[in-house]
Each structure stands twice: as C-alpha cells, then as structure tokens.
Ligand binder design. Structure first.
Ligand code: NDP
Ligand code: 8X3
Length: 250
C-alpha cells in the first residue's frame, strides 16, 4: 500500500531532495514550506510520479501548524512518515557577539518548530500504533564547533528529542530515528550568512561536500527497512570531513 510522508522544509536542499527520492518510490507526499512558488514548482515536477499536496506554514506558528495539518484532504490524512527537516543556522558568531534575533530564530525553528509539527502528527501515529519519524539532526548535534554555539545547542536538542521520542513512543511501535549529516551543499550557508553568497560558497570550496541527494538516498533506505528495523541514529559526512572542524581541502 502506498505510504504518505509529511516533509517539512521541502522547498530547498535536503527536504526537496527527500521529496524527489520518495516520489520515485511511489510515496504520497505532503510538502511543507513558506515559499509557495517553490512548493508549486515541486508539486508540478513530482505529480506525474505520485500524489502531492502542499502546505504553506511557518513552523514557528503553532496555530498555523495545527490548522495546516487539520486542512489535509482525506487521502493525505494518514501520515506514515514524518520527516522533521525544516531548519537553518542563522549567523556564526562568538557567543559574546551573538545576535539575539538569530538565537530566537534557531531555537524557535529548529527546536520548537520541530515540536509543534510533531505534536500534531504524533497522536494519530499513537492511535494507530504505527508510524515512522525521521529527524534531521546534524553533526552539530554531536559536537560543538567554534562560533556554532546556539545552532549546535539547537541540534543537540534535536538529538535529545530524537532519543526522547524513541523512548516515549516505543510502546506504540513507532519508529524514531535521526540522520545527522555533516557538510551538505544547499542554501544552508546562504541563510546562515544572510545572503552573502561569496562567503556561503567558500564553505563548500576545495573539497567535495555531500549533496542533498546523498542524504535523501539514506533517508529512503531508512524508511524502506522492514518494520522490525529502526535505524536510530546515523551520522554521515563527506570523505573529506573527519569532524566539525577537520576538513581536508585541496
Ligand atoms: P536549506 O536552507 O536549503 O533548506 C531549509 C528548509 O527549511 C527550506 O525548505 C525552508 O523552507 C525550511 N524552513 C526554514 N525555516 C522555516 C520556517 N520558519 N518554517 C517553515 N520552514 C522553514 O537547508 P538544508 O536543506 O541544508 O537544511 C535542512 C535541514 O538539514 C536543517 O534542519 C539543517 O539544520 C539540517 N542540516 C543541514 C546541513 C548542511 O550542511 N546543509 C548539515 C546537517 C544538517 P522555506 O524557506 O520555504 O520556509
Ligand atoms: C550543518 C552542518 O557543520 O555547518 O548542520 O553545522 S554544519
């Protein structure tokens, strides 16, 4: 039977590629983000492969999150797979020079937004005693790097929530796991450096970073395991990267 996946942050980068990968495997898609034109483009691209519904909301707005999920048409209401992917870094500054608006954005989106979405979807999984939650964490959730302070804290929180969800949902047979990628070339650094494209591009120069497709293929591998197999916590880096701060460049 065709499964339904709910993917946050599907307008760009890792989330968009997970949507493409799932579509090729005939998974019905609910694509979420704030940029409607991107949602429309992706829906048009994928609709020949699978059924696609789009939802436009900011994960920081808990009422809008709940209203969006409540608005789903009947064919999309049973969510088998939740991919908690929406998130970004905002800024890369020493803590003593940190911008409090950036801190709010990272904690509100990466942590509270993930919780708001999970909060409205988990109850139906509990009621069915079935479901799969895939949290997109980061190597920044395993290791703190210079100036990464609050972004790293937000991703350490995702790591804790991944464990907490797995423990609390265990009795209901719900699979919970995380992919923790290292450097992936997406719009991530454009957002982090607030549109300073030159600085953003430098992050990925001199070595071969992961692509969003590399991560998406792993995401499909995880959700396509037999139901008794739960990949709980996976870290993936490009070969040039050994840790958050050690990257072999040419
Ligand atoms: P992108 O900037 O390419 O994509 C981020 C996505 O998140 C977009 O689709 C964006 O959609 C969505 N998003 C951001 N803020 C909000 C919001 N307030 N409400 C709803 N959606 C939002 O970055 P990536 O693809 O790289 O990032 C995806 C995830 O992967 C993040 O959680 C990130 O922390 C994680 N990650 C990234 C790594 C990397 O090196 N790139 C490595 C490890 C983890 P829109 O703007 O349309 O709302
Ligand atoms: C994104 C990877 O190293 O820029 O989470 O924090 S990193």
């Amino acid at each position: 039977m065709r499964k339904t996946a709910f993917i946050t942050g599907a307008t760009s980068g890792i989330g968009r590629e997970i949507a493409r990968e799932f579509a090729t495997h005939n998974i019905r898609l609910i694509l979420c983000g704030r940029r409607q034109e991107r949602l429309d483009e992706l829906q048009n691209e994928l609709r020949s492969k699978t059924e696609v519904h789009t939802l436009n909301f900011d994960v920081r707005d808990r009422e809008k999150v709940a209203a969006a999920v409540a608005s789903l048409p009947s064919t999309f209401r049973t969510i088998d797979i939740l991919v908690n992917n929406a998130g970004n870094a905002h800024g890369l500054d020493p803590i003593q020079q940190g911008n409090v608006d950036d801190w709010d954005a990272m904690l509100d989106i990466n942590v509270k937004g993930l919780l708001y979405v999970s909060n409205v979807i988990i109850p139906q999984m509990v009621a069915r005693n079935a479901g799969h939650i895939l949290n997109i964490g980061s190597t920044a959730g395993k290791e703190v790097y210079p100036n990464g302070n609050v972004y790293c804290a937000s991703k350490h929180a995702v790591d804790a929530l991944n464990q907490g969800m797995r423990i609390d949902l265990n009795a209901h047979g719900i699979r919970v796991g995380a992919i923790n990628p290292g450097l992936v070339e997406t719009e991530f650094s454009d957002v982090r450096f607030k549109g300073d494209t030159e600085r953003a591009e430098k992050v990925y120069q001199g070595y071969q970073p992961l692509t969003p497709k590399d991560v998406a293929e792993i995401a499909y591998f995880i959700v396509s395991r037999p139901t008794h197999v739960n990949i709980a916590d996976l870290m993936v880096m490009c070969t040039a990267q050994a840790s958050s701060t050690i990257v072999k460049k040419e």
